[in-house]
Design a protein around this ligand. Sequence first.
Ligand code: DGL
Length: 260
Amino acid sequence: MIGIFDSGIGGMTVARAVEQLLPGYPLIYFGDIARTPYGTKSPETIIDYSLRNTDFLLKKGASLIIIACNTASSVATDRLRQEFQVPIIEVVTPAAEKAITRTKTGRIGIIGTRATVKSDIYNRIITGRHPEFKVFSQACPLLVPLVEEGWINKRETKMIIRRYLHPLQTNQIDTLVLGCTHYPLLKELIQARIGRHVHLIDSSVEAARYLQKLLQEQPDLVQKSDEQSVEHTYYVSDLTDSAQHVAAEIFGRPMELHHV
Ligand code: DGL
């Protein structure tokens, strides 16, 4: 079974991409809504929560873990790989690699939570491989609560996006990484503001593609089941109206969320 966790509902954009690309694979998701957001917390706390989330998914039968949260991917991946023997996939490296192949000018923008930006992980991966590239990072702490409130198309959200993207426009980026799993829900607003000439990289989709490739190479990592009877189970640590609403928005169908 594929185990996926996030600090809340944003990681469902990864689960959706996995459902679409790998329909025959059973999946179990854990969204830590009770303790969200992770993006404002210390690395120690994020690591502690990530260890518990992984442990929960493994006890439920996962044989592979996707950290569907840029924040947890940025600070907890090494620790999870030390602690657990199963493959641990994070969302940062596939997105950084995609940005490297897409940029023509070598000027790449990153948007994410404060913790992701502070970790400097995207910059380290990208300039580690291409020292001549320039990476411009912008923390966008207000975007996660706006998505969680369902304020996807509000005037206020557009204004805040405009403010956050302004420095990246000034720096003339040609590629922008949506370095937070909540941001795909704001993709259209972000694209409209940054301009059509800027290529957006969705870390959720890139992580799902990475998993697809891995399973082609090593099919035994996850046992496939019949597409008709395949089970996708969604757990959350708190069950709120807004979580139900945003989950339905992400999947385009009513979602059954199990409270644990
Ligand atoms: N899902 C998190 C991420 O991708 C953002 C939400 C949070 O701060 O917990 O970084």
